[in-house]
Design a protein around this ligand. Structure first.
Ligand SMILES: NC(=O)c1ccc[n+]([C@@H]2O[C@H](COP(=O)([O-])OP(=O)(O)OC[C@H]3O[C@@H](n4cnc5c(N)ncnc54)[C@H](OP(=O)(O)O)[C@@H]3O)[C@@H](O)[C@H]2O)c1
Length: 158
C-alpha cells in the first residue's frame, strides 16, 4: 500500500475536462500533472493549417486537427497569442503560465524534441499573468473535436 503521490491527465487552456469532477475534489497532498499542456502543439501557435502536419504524424487524423475543428481551434489560439503579446511571451509560455497559476501542486509536462523549446517552456515559470488575463484564458471555449480518434478509443482499456 502507498498513498497516491500524483495524478496525470490531459489539461490545458483548451482541454478543461478535469475541471468538471477531478479538480473540485477536496484532496490535498496529491500533485496534479497536466499532460499535453500545449494541446499537442496547437496552443503554441505554430500550426496554421492542417497542411502543417506531416502525413506520418498521428495528429493528421485526430479530430481536433482536421477540417472545421482545426479552424475553430485556431480562433482559440488567437486569444492565447493576444495575451502573449501583452506580456511579451510566446503562446506556449502563456498556456504553461496559466496552468502553473492553477495551483502550487500543478506541474505541467510539455513535450518537445528541441532544447531551445525546453528552455522556452521552462521559462514560463517566470511569466506572471494578471487576474484579467487569467480570466480571459479561463473563459476560452474548450477545443472543438474529440480528444481521440475512433482507433485510439478502441484501443483504450485493453
Ligand atoms: N499519461 C498519458 O496518457 C499521456 C498522454 C499523452 C501525453 N503524455 C505526456 O505528456 C507530455 C507532453 O504531451 P504531448 O507531447 O502530447 O503534447 P504537448 O506537450 O501539448 O505538445 C507537444 C507539441 O508541441 C510542440 N512544442 C513544444 N514546445 C513548443 C514550443 N515552445 N513552441 C512550439 N512548439 C512546441 C512539440 O513539437 P517539437 O517536439 O517539434 O518541439 C510537440 O509537437 C509528454 O511527456 C507525453 O509523454 C502522457
Amino acid at each position: 500500500m502507498h498513498p497516491v503521490a500524483a495524478l496525470q491527465t490531459e489539461y490545458s487552456p483548451s482541454t478543461r475536462d478535469p475541471e468538471v469532477e477531478l479538480l473540485p475534489l477536496p484532496v490535498s497532498g496529491i500533485g496534479f500533472v497536466p499532460y499535453s499542456p500545449l494541446g499537442h502543439g496547437f496552443l503554441t501557435g505554430q500550426l496554421t493549417s492542417p497542411a502543417d502536419i506531416p502525413d506520418d504524424d498521428w495528429r493528421k487524423t485526430n479530430p481536433r486537427f482536421v477540417g472545421e475543428a482545426f479552424e475553430a481551434n485556431l480562433r482559440l489560439v488567437d486569444e492565447v497569442r493576444a495575451v502573449g503579446a501583452e506580456v511579451d511571451t510566446t503562446p506556449a509560455q502563456v498556456a504553461l503560465a496559466w496552468l502553473l497559476a492553477q495551483g502550487e501542486d500543478v506541474a505541467p509536462i510539455p513535450g518537445t524534441r528541441r532544447v531551445a523549446r525546453v528552455e522556452e517552456n521552462t521559462a514560463a515559470d517566470g511569466v506572471v499573468l494578471t487576474a484579467d488575463q487569467l480570466a480571459r484564458l479561463d473563459a476560452l471555449t474548450p477545443a472543438t473535436g474529440e480528444r481521440h480518434n475512433e482507433a485510439n478509443v478502441a484501443s483504450m482499456d485493453r
